[in-house]
Structures are given as structure tokens and as C-alpha cells.
Design a protein around this ligand. Structure first.
Ligand SMILES: CC(C)(COP(=O)(O)OP(=O)(O)OC[C@H]1O[C@@H](n2cnc3c(N)ncnc32)[C@H](O)[C@@H]1OP(=O)(O)O)[C@@H](O)C(=O)NCCC(=O)NCCS
Length: 182
């Protein structure tokens, strides 16, 4: 049973393997990070770990029983109880509700473990799977995204207000479809 785990140093090799194995899949959907991203990869992850230890973010991995990374779900704290959510799932795991379930769980953790009051996300118009994940998790469309944040692509900003004690203010995200449209 895969579990969500906060990034730790011992995850670094599995995160690199995940990014390399799925690079072409991700690059077709979100801006590619370029070859430089993979050089000194441990240093980049170490920087994230320090950010996490400093209380500036929470970087969750979905890890299977053999230690393989199946997905990444990042919360970047931007102040005032708000975080930006980003995520990606291994190509071979897609189309089975993995992202939706993990995003819902990360939203719960955002409120209960990190004391956040709202999450923000952006999704490109050309990325219907990501937009579906957000709306199924209870996010609402909140206007046009800055194309600069999506490598020049048009897209939508999304927002989720988190209620107290992990309850969601907007709809019940445990329902198969929260009813919100993109
Ligand atoms: C977006 C991503 C995380 C989705 O992962 P996933 O585990 O397949 O997502 P889920 O299975 O939980 O849900 C995907 C939904 O999108 C739907 N979907 C997939 N492709 C679609 C398409 N081309 N058009 C419309 N809907 C589509 C699926 O049917 C599913 O909805 P359903 O459960 O109601 O049938 C994954 O594709 C990914 O990592 N993409 C690359 C990185 C990325 O885009 N990150 C998001 C940046 S904003």
C-alpha cells in the first residue's frame, strides 16, 4: 500500500529515478526542467529538505512498499497560511485515481499538520487531467493563470479554502466528484 511520506535524505535516489524515468511524460505536460535540473540533483533536493526543515514547505512523496516513488506532492508555503500545491505522478500509475486520492490527503494534511488555511494551484488549459484532479479535490477556478508560470501556456488559477480541523469549507472532497466545474 503506497504511503505519503515527507521528503527525507534517504529518498533522494528514488526521487531521481522517478524524475528520470518519467521525464518525457512530464515534459509533454508541464515545462521541462532542463538537463541542468538533473545535474547535482542531490543538492537540489537537499535545498528542498532545508526549506522543509525551516518550515517553508512540505514535500510529500507517494512511496510504494519497495521504496519506489510513485508521485510527488509539493506544498510551498507562501505566507498568511497559504501554500501553492504542485504534483506529478509516474506515468505507469496514471489514470487510476492516484493523484486525486493523494491530493485530497495532502489537502487534509495541509490543514491538520501544517495549519494552513488555503491552497493555490495552477493548471494549463492543455492539461485536462490536472484540472480534473484539482476540481475533484474541491478546488475552484479563480481566474486566468499568469502564462509565465506555465511556460507561456494559457491556464487557470485554482483555490481551495481549508476549514478548521481538516474539514473543507467548499464541498465534500471525499465524494467521487465534488460537483465544481473547471
Ligand atoms: C496530472 C496527473 C498528476 C494526473 O495523475 P492521475 O493519477 O492520472 O490522476 P487521476 O487518475 O487521479 O485523475 C485524472 C482525471 O483526469 C481525467 N483525464 C485524464 N486525461 C484526460 C483528458 N485528456 N481529458 C479529460 N480528462 C482527462 C481522468 O479521466 C481522471 O478523471 P476521472 O477519475 O474522473 O476519470 C498526471 O497526469 C501527471 O503527473 N502529469 C504530469 C505532471 C502534471 O501535469 N502535473 C500537474 C501540474 S498543474
Amino acid at each position: 500500500m503506497p504511503t505519503l511520506q515527507l521528503l527525507r535524505a534517504e529518498h533522494f535516489p528514488a526521487v531521481l529515478a522517478f524524475e528520470l524515468a518519467n521525464r518525457a511524460f512530464f515534459a509533454a505536460r508541464v515545462p521541462d526542467r532542463g538537463d541542468a535540473y538533473f545535474e547535482d540533483f542531490d543538492h537540489r533536493l537537499q535545498t528542498l529538505l532545508e526549506e522543509q526543515n525551516a518550515g517553508d514547505g512540505a514535500f510529500y512523496l507517494l512511496v510504494d512498499g519497495e521504496g519506489h516513488v510513485l508521485g510527488r506532492f509539493n506544498l510551498e508555503f507562501i505566507g498568511d497560511g497559504i501554500a501553492e500545491l504542485g504534483y506529478r505522478v509516474a506515468e505507469r500509475e496514471t489514470g487510476r485515481g492516484v493523484a486525486t486520492a493523494a491530493v485530497r490527503e495532502v489537502c487534509r494534511l495541509a490543514a491538520e499538520s501544517h495549519g494552513l488555511r488555503a491552497l493555490r494551484a495552477v493548471a494549463a488549459t492543455r492539461n485536462p487531467a490536472s484540472r480534473k484532479v484539482l476540481t475533484k479535490a474541491g478546488f475552484l477556478a479563480a481566474g486566468q493563470a499568469d502564462p509565465a508560470s506555465l511556460d507561456g501556456q494559457p491556464g487557470t488559477r485554482y483555490s481551495l479554502e481549508l476549514g478548521r480541523a481538516g474539514q473543507f469549507a467548499l464541498g465534500d472532497p471525499t465524494r467521487p466528484d465534488s460537483g465544481h466545474s473547471a
